[in-house]
Each structure stands twice: as C-alpha cells, then as structure tokens.
Design a protein around this ligand. Structure first.
Ligand SMILES: Cc1ncc(COP(=O)(O)O)c(C=O)c1O
Length: 406
C-alpha cells in the first residue's frame, strides 16, 4: 500500500475523548476516492480541446460505452449523467406505473428517483446478514398496483437474481436493479449488469469506477435499449423510437474521459480495496462485538466498502458512541444508511405506515458504521483507525462515562 495522506501524530493512549491528542492531525475521509494520473488526464483533456467537442454522445462517450459493454459482457450500455437520472429514465423505458417495491435500506436517491418518475415506493425489509432484499420480504407486499421490483445491490455484493426473477415473472412484474455499489462484481462468473430487465450503475466520485459524476444503464434487451437512448436525450441518438418523454441524461465528454482512464485502472483499485479491507479484517475480525460485512452472494467483489456492525452489548459502546470516539481522533466514519428511507423526509410523513414495520432496516441503521477506505487511506491509516477502535473497546466503560458527561 502507498504511504499515508493522513499525518499520524500519536499512536498511543489516551484516546482524544479521554484527554489525549487526536491520532490524526487532519481529518481522514470516509470517501473512497480514486484519481487517475494527472499526465493521463492532461492528455485526455488536450484531445478533447483539440476536437472541440463537449457533449452530445461524442467519441469518448461512445468509446466508454464500448469498453463497458466488453467489460460487462452485456449487449447494451447507455451512459448517463448520473445513476439517479438513469433510474428515473428506467421507469419510463419500462413503462411502469403505480407502485414499486424497493428496500428502505438504501441511499435515498434510489427512492427519490422513483418519486420523480411518479411511482409510489412500497418499502421492503432486508436480510440481516446480507443487507439485501430477498423474495421472502417482497412477496407479501405485491398487490395489483405494484408494477416492478427494484432491489439494491449493496457493498460490493449482489442479490441472487434467479429467485427474484422467478417471483417477478410469476406476478407479471418488471425486475430492475440499482447496482450503484456493484460495478465489477459477478455472480457465478456472470458480471452484475446482466440481470433483470436492466441494471443501473453509478460512476459518482466515491464509486469504485468514477467518471466524476455519471452512471450507465445496462440491458440485453434491444428494444429497451432503443427506448433508453431516445429518453436519454431530446436531441436523439440512433434510430428514433417512440417514447413518452425525453430528457437530458447525457454524459459529457469530460466525464467519459475520466471514466475511461479509471476503467483502465479498475483492477489496481479493486486490488488496493482488497488490501485495505483485509487489513481491517485482520485487525478487527476478532474484536468482540464487531462484525465486518462480507459479500455472501457475489463470487467476485469490488471490496469497495468497509462496513462493520457494532453490537453495543458485546462491544461496550454503541455505534454512535464509537462514531464520537473516532470523530475526536479526526477519523471520519459514517452511519450508513441512517435513518432508513422510510424514516426520512418526505416518506416518514407521506407514508407513515412503514414506521416500525421494517425491523431489520432499523436494526442495521442503528448498528452499521462505514470506516475510511479508498486511495487516500494507507496501511498505516488503517492501523491507526484500528488502534483507536481497540482502545475504545478496551476502555469502553471510561469512554462511555466521559461521553455522557460531555
Ligand atoms: C445505492 C445508491 N443508489 C443510487 C445512488 C445515486 O447515484 P448517483 O449519485 O450517481 O445519482 C447512489 C449514490 O451514492 C447509491 O449509493
């Protein structure tokens, strides 16, 4: 692993909450940023300037789409401005109406995209171990107004698609995936991107493959791809297909330039992610009351997220207390996803019936913590984070007293 960006000031007790100096001199972010080399970026931008072509399905976007098609072994890739608009476009392309079953344990954009597209969310609980939607949670929620199921593939894992597809087919529903977290993952040697009617990836700055902002929609259905391309741009691209509405979901050439550079480095990024995650596992795997989330279904993962579950009784501190401890050390950890979307505005007010109906979502929302990972995080940084967590566990009683007296 490369050398630290976060500068280490002190490796030893006491913890900052107990009167010591913060372990890191400046904040260590949780965001998993990966940047290409400046020289490669400069070359790409020079070409773009020489070509004098900013957007409208330019040569770089076309090259990016071709590279993604090859990488994912999928027939069609439609690059878009971001995953949120990709999910909104998917609703029109699939001709959905009424309600969509979606987990409340997701980033709110999944559900907001459905609201923008005029669908009502039906919130579904998730499995406690995998944090993913399963057919057992979905089936009781199906009624005549439901037109689709939208599972979310989280933390470099993916829902087994076959049982969900069987359920969707049995009820005449569309199945499409929010795979914002799952680029580069596979299930039984088949890349994520090939399942359901379509899948949407995000290329946001913090994703394993970044195009600064961006995303893409993948499908093996030719007619659906034609609709998506026509919905994506009011200027049109390729043969015209009748669609109810058009939009501006175009990806710019500058986005595609970064996306292409980062796609070339994806293997190295995933390898580095693996090293970071392995180190956390090695250091904290045996700490009582902590459990690292590991993919259960993906046979290949991107190792992008480091998510631990904190069992307050066994660890000695709650997740929120641990967050405070780490914050005092300049370690920026995060609650992820908290609160569940069903408890977030506007849904908690507009759809109050879901409050207290999703026990696993609430349970995970109280207990999960995301720790720093990505290119700015060195092996030494990981060790510093782990030192602080071990100390917090060892001195839990004292830490709790100090925090409650604050
Ligand atoms: C699960 C999930 N879905 C959707 C999105 C939205 O992606 P974008 O920021 O590209 O619109 C995100 C973004 O972080 C996400 O985490």
């Amino acid at each position: 692993m490369s050398e630290p960006i976060g500068t280490i000031r002190s490796a030893h007790p006491p913890l900052a909450v107990l009167g010591g100096a913060p372990a890191l001199a400046k904040p260590l972010p949780v965001g998993q940023l990966h940047f290409p080399a400046w020289s490669a970026y400069e070359t790409a931008m020079r070409e773009l300037f020489e070509r004098q072509y900013y957007t409208n399905h330019g040569p770089l976007v076309q090259r990016f789409e071709a590279a993604l098609r090859e990488r994912l072994s999928v027939r069609h890739v439609v690059c878009v401005t971001n995953a949120t608009i990709g999910l909104m476009m998917a609703v029109d392309a699939l001709d959905l109406s009424g309600k969509v079953i979606v987990p409340a344990f997701t980033f709110i954009a999944t559900v907001q995209a459905m609201s923008w597209a005029g669908l009502e969310p039906v919130f579904c609980d998730v499995d406690l171990r995998t944090h993913l939607m399963t057919p057992e949670f979905v089936e009781p929620l199906i009624d005549a107004d439901v037109s689709a199921i939208l599972p979310v593939n989280l933390w470099g894992d993916a829902c087994p698609p076959a049982p969900l597809q069987t359920l969707a087919d049995r009820h005449g529903l569309q199945l499409f995936f929010d795979s914002a977290h799952a680029f580069g993952c596979e299930i039984d040697a088949r890349p994520v991107g090939n399942f359901g009617a379509l899948e949407v990836f995000s290329f946001h700055a913090t994703k394993v493959l970044s195009a600064t902002e961006g995303g893409c929609i993948c499908t093996n259905d030719d007619a659906l791809a034609a609709r998506l391309r026509n919905i994506r741009s009011s200027y049109g691209a390729g043969p015209l297909t009748a669609v109810p509405k058009t939009s501006n979901g175009r990806m710019s050439e500058a986005q595609a330039a970064i996306g292409l550079l980062n796609l070339e480095r994806l293997g190295a990024v995933v390898e580095r992610n693996r090293e970071v995650k392995d180190r956390y596992h090695e250091r904290l795997g045996q700490v009582t009351g902590l459990r690292l989330h590991l993919p259960r279904h993906a046979t290949r993962t991107n190792f992008q997220y480091v998510i631990f579950e904190v069992d307050e009784d066994a660890f000695g501190l709650s997740r929120d207390e641990l967050l405070e401890v780490l914050g005092s050390e300049n370690i920026v950890a995060r609650r992820y996803f908290y609160p569940g979307v069903h408890r977030s505005a506007p849904y908690r007010d507009e759809l109050p019936r879901y409050i207290d109906r999703l026990p696993n979502t609430d349970h995970l929302g109280r207990r999960l913590i995301q720790l720093p990972s990505g290119a700015p995080v060195s092996a030494a940084d990981v060790d510093r984070v782990c030192d602080c967590i071990e100390l917090a566990h060892a001195h839990a009683g004292e830490v709790r007293d100090r925090l409650s007296g604050r």
